[in-house]
Design a protein around this ligand. Structure first.
Ligand code: ADP
Ligand code: MG
Length: 442
């Protein structure tokens, strides 16, 4: 049955596509109720669903004689499993945290880039790792994807590697709640308390999840007090400040406020660029610096999105077996890119050109015939017409030229581009800086 199904799909998509995209495609389970396929790569999963969903559907129909639901899931390839990859990149001194530690071994201090937005939190996290109990409690808050979890898990990983005598628990507040419920059901609250009230470092992530959950808050409050009495280290993370935790018991909130409260913010562009490099390194991919800078400049929200885009491009490069260029990247990760650009695209264009050709916006709009300026101007005119979709009239006004000059210049550049790699590369560079305002390049 499995074979039949696979060959029905193969027949539909053709051999070439099959070899290229379906190399890790397998039938995971098969039944009348539903069929599950697996692929060994997250990027392929999206791609297959998008492009070949119909073909798969009709193949399933052929084999079963009727429509049957199916889904494609991502399954790691055993040969390049996360664990093996990690082992290779770890420094020798790194001891992998035990499986039940809830820690992601990638989240270490050395893979954390320190920069604007996270410096203070980083300093304290380091301190906590070195001298647990010295600054307690610590409450770290900030929006999604600013690096809270990475940073506090780094404390955990550091402790497992370097201080085996220190007992540490890291968990999300949701996990804390589920554990509590489990122990409650089994009538073993004593055990629960024993477990959580006898640690040296206690880290609770995403405490905002406990909003309105009185019973768990109460238990956390008591855990808090007991650990504080014992001079242990407590750390909390949340997506909002203690004062903004609504539906939280006042006494718990006042405990959170008792110690050091640190806000983490999204880092600035320069820091994001360094983070992009770190993430790419961590994910074992080899993306061009230029591309990483482009991503850092144009994905300015959660660092999770930055990571998502990087992973997608790494996967793509791996599958295609060639480097991704910026233009291609724009299409692949367009959903992550900033939508609107606050600055007027025309102004942005001339400012980008000024940087590239070592001149100024006013020189580009002047009558100067200096070679670099003429080049900048011509590319600008072409770009304004083709990508910014400015009309001839608008372009003429913007560059201070007549409409007929605009038309001839546009045609001229169009011709030149056809067989000039350097012109193409200039265009790609401009696109890299401007594209989010422009939309897709196709
Ligand atoms: P939060 O918990 O604040 O939502 P995470 O810690 O989950 O954010 O971070 C999101 C992603 O960004 C993770 O993959 C993380 O490793 C990465 N990241 C965040 N900050 C940094 C940093 N300063 N250096 C390196 N990677 C970072
Ligand atoms: Mg988090």
């Amino acid at each position: 049955m499995k074979k039949k199904l696979l060959s029905a799909i193969k027949r539909r998509v053709g051999k070439k596509v099959w070899n290229k995209w379906f190399s890790t495609f397998e039938v995971l389970s098969i039944s009348e109720k539903g069929t599950t396929f697996s692929v060994g790569n997250l990027f392929i999963k999206d791609w297959l669903e998008e492009k070949y969903g119909k073909a798969i559907k009709s193949a399933v129909k052929e084999v079963f004689g009727k429509d049957i639901e199916f889904k494609v899931v991502y399954k790691e390839n055993p040969l390049t499993s996360e664990e093996e990859k990690k082992e290779k990149t770890f420094p020798k001194s790194f001891v992998k945290p035990p499986k039940d530690s809830n820690l992601n071994p990638d989240f270490t201090f050395s893979s954390f880039v320190v920069g604007s937005g996270n410096e203070t939190a980083f300093k304290f996290a380091k301190k906590v790792a070195m001298e647990p109990g010295r600054f307690s409690p610590i409450f770290i808050y900030g929006g999604v994807g600013v690096g809270k979890t990475h940073l506090v898990q780094a404390i955990g990983n550091y402790t497992y590697s370097n201080k085996s005598e220190v007992d540490l628990i890291y968990l999300t507040s949701e996990r804390f709640m589920n554990e509590m419920i489990k122990y409650l059901r089994e009538n073993k609250m004593e055990k629960f308390r024993e477990k959580y009230r006898n640690v040296d470092i206690f880290i609770v992530d995403d405490v905002q999840f406990l909003t309105g959950k009185n019973g768990v808050q109460f238990e956390l409050f008591n855990t808090f007090n007991e650990l504080m009495d014992k001079k242990k280290q407590l750390i909390f993370c949340s997506d909002r400040s203690p004062s903004d935790l609504k539906d939280f018991q006042d006494r718990l909130v006042s405990r959170f406020k008792m110690g050091i409260v640190i806000e983490m913010r999204l880092p600035d562009v320069e820091t994001r660029k360094r983070i992009a490099r770190k993430i790419a390194e961590r994910e074992g991919g080899n993306l061009d610096e230029e591309l990483l800078d482009f991503l850092a400049e144009n994905i300015d929200g959660s660092l999770r999105e930055l990571r998502g885009a990087i992973i997608k491009l790494i996967a793509y490069q791996e599958i295609e077996g060639k480097k991704v260029g910026i233009v291609e990247a724009i299409n692949l990760v367009s959903s992550f890119l900033k939508k609107a650009n606050a600055i007027d695209p025309g102004e942005r264009l001339v400012s980008v050109l000024s940087g590239m050709f070592d001149t100024s916006p006013s020189m580009i709009r002047s009558r100067s015939r200096k070679a670099n300026i003429v080049m900048a101007r011509e590319l600008g005119i072409f770009f304004a017409r083709k990508y910014l979709k400015m009309t001839v009239r608008e372009t003429a006004k913007f560059f201070g030229r007549s409409p007929s000059v605009i038309s001839t210049t546009t045609r001229k550049v169009e011709e030149k581009i056809k067989d000039s790699p350097s012109m193409k590369s200039y265009l790609n560079k401009i696109l890299a800086h401007i594209s989010p305002a422009v939309g897709k390049f196709s």
